[in-house]
Write a protein that binds this ligand. Structure first.
Ligand SMILES: *[C@@H]1O[C@H](CO)[C@@H](O)[C@H](O)[C@H]1NC(C)=O
Ligand SMILES: *[C@@H]1O[C@H](CO)[C@@H](O)[C@H](O)[C@H]1NC(C)=O
Ligand SMILES: *[C@@H]1O[C@H](CO)[C@@H](O)[C@H](O)[C@H]1NC(C)=O
Ligand SMILES: [Zn+2]
Length: 278
């Protein structure tokens, strides 16, 4: 309750753009989860820069602003093609043929901008760069953001989620998380869900976590995108076609995949920011 009120207030004061209901991207809470997991893992130096770049209204909570890029897709038209990668268009050509204009290109773009942080005379808005990088690091871990062009990442696959009509993309952005929050926790509250993921990071995934974060450059978006398309085939699309009814079976087997991808996104965002702001 508290959280969602704060979120609402912050989003309204931060952006005058229309709130676009959903579209592409982990839903609100997926992005909040990724960014809270990341912020808790920042080095002292990186944490200090993040605090400085966040507007005061965020009260030093990166999570509360991570859904922001989804709110500005109309105001910043150029940014709307940055939220996904069309497979098999790995070269990321957008509809105008501009190369690199996709999720992986955007992650590199905003990393490059943030690396200029020490410069005294700043040509970029680094608050926006931080929010875009944080948001896109989440999106690239959502398997269906790297889905097939032909079905728009599952958007055209109409399914039922229990009794409700929706589409496969939305199931992965939002529905699995919404139901997952209710498991052993508090339906109205994302915090318990985040804590559960953090506990898994420290227990069942502890041995893999260093490997997730390692990368020769600030981040390795192509690696994360390849994992996503693999997970899309193995878990998201598997056994699903237009008209499928997805119920407990699908939910129980896919929730752990969603939790894993949110965890990896958070760990990798923190690792990237720690490398960028040394
Ligand atoms: C890179 O960021 C700038 C904003 O600073 C934006 O105009 C440009 O479209 C971005 N390009 C990509 C590929 O993200
Ligand atoms: C940076 O972007 C944010 C969000 O769009 C805006 O509120 C802020 O005024 C910008 N800062 C500068 C220095 O332009
Ligand atoms: C659920 O969250 C609300 C609001 O934060 C709190 O008042 C309530 O005690 C919580 N219930 C459980 C079962 O944790
Ligand atoms: Zn997005």
């Amino acid at each position: 309750m508290e959280n969602s009120k704060l979120l609402h207030a912050v989003l309204i004061s931060f952006s005058l753009a229309f709130v676009i209901p959903c579209g592409y991207g982990w839903g609100f809470e997926g992005h909040i989860a990724v960014c809270r997991i990341a912020q808790a893992r920042l080095s002292k130096a990186a944490a200090a820069v993040v605090t400085k770049l966040l507007p005061a209204s965020a009260k030093n909570d990166l999570g509360v602003l991570c859904p922001w890029p989804d709110q500005v897709k109309l105001r910043y038209r150029w940014s709307s093609s940055l939220h996904f990668i069309n497979t098999p268009h790995r070269d990321c050509k957008d509809s105008n043929g501009v190369k690199g204009n996709c999720l992986a290109g955007a992650i590199n773009n905003y990393t490059t901008e943030l690396l200029t942080y020490p410069n005294k005379r700043q040509q970029y808005n680094l608050t926006e760069a931080l929010l875009f990088l944080s948001h896109f690091m989440g999106d690239i871990h959502q398997p269906l953001h790297v889905g097939y062009t032909s079905d728009k990442g599952g958007n055209t696959i109409k399914v039922k989620w229990f009794n409700r009509a929706t589409n496969l993309h939305h199931v992965w952005d939002t529905d699995i998380i919404n139901k997952g929050k209710g498991v052993g926790g508090n339906n109205s509250n994302i915090d318990a869900f985040i804590i559960k993921i953090q506990q898994k990071i420290n227990s069942q995934w502890a041995k893999q976590v260093n490997g997730w974060g390692s990368c020769n450059t600030a981040s390795c978006p192509n690696v994360y995108a390849l994992e996503s398309i693999k997970a899309a085939c193995q878990w998201a699309y598997k056994g699903v076609q237009s008209g499928s009814i997805l119920k407990d079976d699908y939910f129980q087997t896919r929730l752990p995949v969603v939790e894993l991808r949110l965890a990896q996104a958070g760990v990798r965002l923190a690792a990237a920011l720690n490398r960028i702001f040394k």
